[in-house]
Design a protein around this ligand. Structure first.
Ligand SMILES: NCc1[nH]cc(CCC(=O)O)c1CC(=O)O
Length: 308
């Protein structure tokens, strides 16, 4: 295998994820030479605005995709949940490695769980998906936006700006910060973002040599689950800025997918679970079912709010 260049964002989490993938690749291709090219994305530059207000999909991936298309890098490691549903022409996801913990979790200043936070407590999250589900269980809490990388968010809570924050367990596990978690939220309390906990390794679609190597670190169960979740996401032209969640579990041949679309205030949640064998068809079927129950109109109202 020729020497490779991997593109990565320069946040600690991005670097940790990239190094993890490089190590997996070097296990299956001994002696492989990989150098790191750090890339700053629009999502990294916009720090003080709620991401959902900035709008636009793929804030963390566009510059990296351009570097791939230009041949400046050979592959890139993304958090699957930051990937837009549609891939630019010429690029593919060459592998989806085994998924990390897909749950969301609560980190609180005084060790409280979601049910014992006092009424009026302030929870930091910029995700409409998390906001809606928190308010659905605890309408007496206040949700406020928080931005920045994992370490920054945790410091903001410790400084007293928030009583608690919600983060993906996967990011914390990868950073080896599991001990900071006060409560892992159940899927009933908090259905994760589509692709949460999974990584996407992106490369050029004509890079045969690399695609062959990437196959060796692909995890088929994770890939099937993510395919079902992303089929669901794609139906709503969704992105991580919409109050939409999806999680699939694979058991043998069967895939069980739960999807959710919510009103940001948590007063309306449309949710359903379906099972099937063809993951793409399953994602589409579930999206149709939720659309019949009013999900498309609900999201249209949310989108109008975001533009205005
Ligand atoms: N929204 C940004 C983002 N993208 C991926 C992760 C965590 C890792 C993952 O979900 O795979 C995070 C942080 C978070 O949501 O807490």
């Amino acid at each position: 295998m020729r020497p490779l260049v991997v593109g990565t964002r320069k946040s600690e989490l991005a670097l940790t994820q990239t190094n993890w993938v490089v190590n997996r690749l070097q296990e299956v291709c001994p002696g492989l030479d990989v150098s790191l090219e750090k890339i700053v994305t629009k999502g990294d530059r916009i720090l003080n605005v709620t991401l959902s207000k900035v709008g636009g999909k793929g804030l963390f991936v566009k510059e990296i995709e351009q570097a791939l298309l230009d041949g400046r890098i050979d592959f890139a490691v993304h958090s699957m949940k930051d990937m837009p549903a549609v891939m630019p022409k010429g690029l593919v996801i060459g592998a989806i490695p085994v998924r990390e913990n897909p749950h969301d979790c609560l980190i609180s200043r005084d060790g409280s769980t979601l049910s014992d936070l006092p009424s009026g407590a302030v929870v930091g999250t910029s995700s409409l998906r998390r906001q809606a589900q928190i308010l659905a269980c605890r309408p007496d809490l206040t949700v406020e936006p928080v931005r920045g990388n994992l370490g920054t968010r945790i410091s903001k809570m410790k400084n007293g700006q928030f009583d608690a924050i919600i983060l993906a367990a996967a990011g914390l596990s990868r950073m080896d910060w599991q001990e900071k978690i006060n409560q892992e939220l159940s899927f009933d309390q908090m259905l994760p973002a589509v692709g949460q906990g999974a990584l996407a390794i992106q490369c050029r679609e004509d890079d045969r040599e690399l695609l062959e190597a990437l196959q060796k670190i692909n995890h088929e169960e994770t890939a099937r689950a993510v395919r079902a979740e992303r089929a669901f996401l794609q139906s709503f032209q969704g992105g991580c800025h919409l109050p939409l969640a999806g999680y699939a579990a694979v058991t043998g041949e069967r895939v069980r997918l739960t999807g959710l679309v919510a009103q940001p205030d948590g007063k309306k949640i449309i949710k359903a679970t379906m099972e099937g064998q063809d993951e793409w068809a399953l994602g589409k079927q579930l999206a149709n079912k939720l659309a019949d129950e009013g999900a498309a109109e609900l999201l249209a109202t949310v989108r109008e709010g975001l533009v205005g």
